[in-house]
Design a protein around this ligand. Structure first.
Ligand SMILES: Cc1cc2nc3c(=O)[nH]c(=O)nc-3n(C[C@H](O)[C@H](O)[C@H](O)COP(=O)(O)O)c2cc1C
Length: 379
């Protein structure tokens, strides 16, 4: 009989083989489409609050806000107006009572002792629903503008930095006081009270896509947001993540984010997608690539990443009638062996009720065989 894999239970469907379904909140203007021809998404608090309440009513499992510090420009001024992730989730924690509230923090920008306290505070406000999405920083521009880009750290070293950062936080969440003299941080008899409500700690997630990023995510967190140029690549990454985690005796939840582009009929959905593509914002794409640290000369060369972005959709997307989208979502979850989906919609308030009525029940019926799992209840 295989050894049981360890996991912490967080009151999520995936604890017992179900699928975690959540919302990627549009807390920055424009959502996830680089287009001037789409339903307006202003990224306002009011909109995000309405979406959070709707998610709660629908019985969804989590809402998550990214962290963004500079927009991409272009005619749409994409992501110029972005609310702060942690403050937003604190307010939405108060507005809701069941849905999990996951905030994003950039490791380079926030001291671990500050983060330990802020996420513990979010856990208290929400009554034990807090989660933390750890981001090491991919967009150089965002950090450069505030003098916070570390030229002494390359991509992989930023994950080394993140290891020490999250180790400090995990200790601060359970120990009376922490002293450490690390490569990046020094804590001297450092105290953090109150401890989080969740024991041993709040939920952790990361979207490390590189080998180093994935390794970090598997070692330190409870779930990974996968990337992949197509379904086959996502499926491969999902299986690899689970196998690598299992080798370490741990169970890993695998998620993807997906934009559901729906209309009553197939034809209308594709016409809607074409309309979004027709308004493609080339300037915003260039801004996004420059923020990644790419040079204009490189932007001229069309690689897969750029070709994808040129479609107007910034992420994996599924286009069709609710019936088609439902079948595609279920197939994605099953074929890629996923534990959850983080949903994006072109028009959240219009699309979410359709999703609740016509797609969610099908996803709720999906189960993974996890008979060999035993909750570890340990960090
Ligand atoms: C679902 C998801 C959410 C992310 N959220 C953020 C974010 O809020 N801020 C950010 O700068 N990067 C964000 N990223 C980028 C990742 O943190 C990461 O840098 C990227 O996936 C590349 O992986 P790598 O760091 O291993 O190269 C996100 C990526 C995904 C897939």
């Amino acid at each position: 009989m295989p050894n049981p894999l360890q996991q912490i239970d967080f009151g999520l469907p995936s604890d017992s083989g179900g699928k975690d379904i959540g919302i990627f909140l549009p807390m920055a203007n424009g959502g996830w489409m680089l287009s001037s021809n789409k339903p307006a998404i202003d990224g306002s608090y009011g909109l995000n609050r309405e979406i959070a309440l709707l998610a709660e009513d629908m019985g969804l499992d989590f809402i998550m806000a990214m962290a963004k510090w500079k927009g991409f420009g272009g005619i749409t001024e994409h992501w110029k107006y972005a609310l702060d992730s942690q403050m937003l989730m604190a307010a939405l924690a108060e507005a809701t009572s069941k849905v999990k509230v996951w905030a994003t923090v950039h490791t380079l920008l926030q001291n671990p002792a500050v983060t330990a306290k802020m996420i513990a505070t979010l856990d208290h406000i929400s009554g034990g629903r807090a989660g933390l999405n750890i981001v090491t920083g991919a967009y150089k521009d965002e950090f450069d503008q505030m003098g916070a880009w570390r030229t002494d750290l390359d991509h992989d070293q930023r994950y080394d930095f993140a290891h020490e950062w999250i180790q400090a936080i995990k200790r601060l969440w359970v120990e009376e006081s922490v002293s450490m003299d690390g490569r990046y941080f020094t804590l001297k008899d450092c105290e953090s009270f109150p401890k989080p409500v969740q024991k041993p700690r709040p939920f952790l997630v990361c979207a490390g896509a590189s080998k180093t990023g994935m390794q970090f995510t598997l070692e330190e967190t409870d779930a990974i947001f996968l990337s992949g140029a197509n379904d086959a690549a996502v499926a491969k990454n999902s299986r690899m993540a689970k196998a690598m985690a299992a080798d370490a005796g741990k169970r890993m939840r695998t998620y993807i984010m997906v934009n559901l582009v729906m209309a009553e009929t197939e034809q209308k959905a594709h016409a809607f997608a074409d309309q979004i593509r027709a308004g493609f914002d080339e300037g915003a794409l260039r801004g996004m690539l420059r923020a990644y640290g790419m040079l204009d000369a490189e932007i001229g060369k069309e690689n897969d990443f750029i070709k994808n972005a040129r479609s107007g959709f910034m992420t994996t997307h599924v286009i069709g009638s609710p019936q088609t989208v439902s079948e595609r979502c279920a197939a994605l979850v099953e074929e890629c062996d996923l534990d959850g989906l983080m949903l994006i919609f072109p028009d959240y308030l219009k699309d979410m009720p359709v999703f609740a009525a016509e797609i969610l029940p099908k996803l709720r019926a999906l189960k993974s065989p996890i008979a060999t799992l035993e909750p570890a209840h340990a960090g």
